[in-house]
Design a protein. Structure first.
Length: 434
């Protein structure tokens, strides 16, 4: 479990509580920034953020806390009727920017939701019942620790202390007997306040657990020198006798996932041109060259985020999936879905523009991180200029497109017309009637 740095807390909270849908709009923006593509097509209805992929987040009527308090209910799979499995969490807007409160939920309970849907340790960590950071008898999905306070250094110090304390492992006996859900139990760990007035709290399935909170208090966590709060969230999944985890059936379409082969599977709204037929040839390159070269063990360790559209790999780089179109002499265009390396400053700007809905028309630079047949590695690492985003009918942003290159060979690839037999061979032959 990691710690997540947060911005300095602003002095005054907003004057009034946001309506439920306005706050959920901030949650959607936070989820999209945290996992680009995860909220594609999600709509705000009633008191809920509803994804066409089957998950939802709703605002429940507040049953404790003040006017800036939001109780959020996460529903990983609304198709499991009539009793839809869910878990609860709550956040309080303590700054002038309620987006901070939404992001607090996203980076803790929201990260656990995404991980439950995806289940590949991209958004949160896993710990088995025998792990030194695990909870005996349970499988745990746990977020990073988020800090929010008036002093960044103090927030970081308490985040580290909370992680080092290994809270849920050490106090497991105080609360595990009360975990009743056959699907998953939500546990929030909170520690915060001012010197001399610190509060340690464990909430199990939305309710304060007195015994667990007392056990956490007894751990003797250090106090800050000024107001500081830290928290993380965990999902505890029961382990049946057969050892198979009991959780909603994994649905890999709930969160965008990377391609599993080098041949692209097209669909009705395919970003690379259309259906899988001879008239719309296309290839989806599964991984950037630098990531593909890693061993499986290194890949598991280094890849911190993989949404299918963005890969972030520690010590390797940030990569964005884009469209690379090549015109053929028979009137068709073959589209490669390839990966581009982005410098950190360019990547941060890209993510911010997605967050601000300011990406359309933006041009930026990167390096091609795939060999493109039939030119192979001669175009690998070629500099490219990207852009060409447009808004789809469902409100999503189409993948960026390789517009030009200063590399002589790749520039020719992009600007000239190529023999179909040379580029696609018999992989996408046209029918005799075409």
């Amino acid at each position: 479990m990691s710690w997540i740095q947060r911005r300095k807390r602003k002095e005054e909270p907003p004057s009034k509580r946001l309506p439920d849908l306005e706050f959920l709009a901030l949650v959607r923006a936070g989820l999209e920034e945290f996992a680009p593509g995860a909220t594609q097509g999600a709509q705000l209805k009633g008191n809920s953020l509803i994804s066409p992929q089957g998950w939802a987040v709703a605002v429940a009527p507040p049953h404790h806390g003040g006017g800036h308090h939001y109780d959020l209910v996460a529903l990983p799979d609304v198709s499991l009727q009539p009793d839809v499995p869910c878990f609860m969490d709550c956040v309080v807007s303590m700054s002038a920017d309620p987006q901070d409160a939404a992001n607090t939920w996203v980076q803790t309970a929201g990260a656990c939701l995404l991980e439950l849907l995806d289940y590949r340790e991209q958004f949160a960590d896993h710990a088995g019942p025998d792990d030194k950071r695990g909870v005996p008898g349970w499988h745990m999905i746990t977020s990073g620790a988020v800090g929010l306070g008036s002093d960044v250094d103090e927030s970081r110090r308490l985040q580290g202390a909370l992680l080092e304390a290994n809270v849920l492992h050490r106090i497991a006996d105080s609360f595990t007997a009360d975990l009743e859900s056959p699907f998953f139990n939500g546990v929030k760990v909170f520690y915060g306040g001012r010197p001399g007035a610190m509060q340690a709290e464990i909430r199990v399935n939305g309710e304060r657990h007195e015994a667990a909170s007392a056990a956490m208090t007894a751990l003797g966590l250090p106090e800050p020198t000024t107001f500081t709060a830290v928290r993380f969230y965990a999902l505890l999944l029961p382990l049946p006798a057969d050892g198979e985890l009991s959780h909603p059936t994994p649905r890999p379409d709930l969160v965008p996932a990377p391609a599993q082969s080098n041949t692209h599977a097209h669909g009705d709204t395919c970003d690379c041109g259309g259906h899988l037929d001879p008239e719309h040839p296309g290839f989806d390159l599964a991984l950037p060259h630098l990531v593909a070269e890693l061993s499986e063990e290194e890949r598991r360790r280094r890849v911190k985020s993989d949404t299918g559209a963005i890969i972030t790999a520690e010590g390797v780089g940030n990569f964005l999936k884009v469209r690379l179109p090549i015109r053929l002499d028979d009137g068709r265009t073959v589209v490669y879905l390839a990966w581009i390396y982005l410098r950190p400053t360019v990547f941060d700007d890209f993510v911010q523009r997605v967050h601000d809905d300011d990406l359309a028309g933006h041009r930026f630079e990167g390096l091609l991180c795939n060999a493109i047949d039939p030119w192979g590695e001669d175009v690998l690492r070629a500099p490219v200029v990207l852009g060409g985003q447009r808004i789809n009918e469902d409100g999503s942003v189409r993948l960026s497109e390789v517009l030009e290159s200063s590399d002589p060979l790749l520039s020719k690839v992009l600007t000239e017309t190529w023999p179909a037999a040379f580029v696609v061979g018999d992989r996408f032959p046209r029918s005799p009637s075409s």
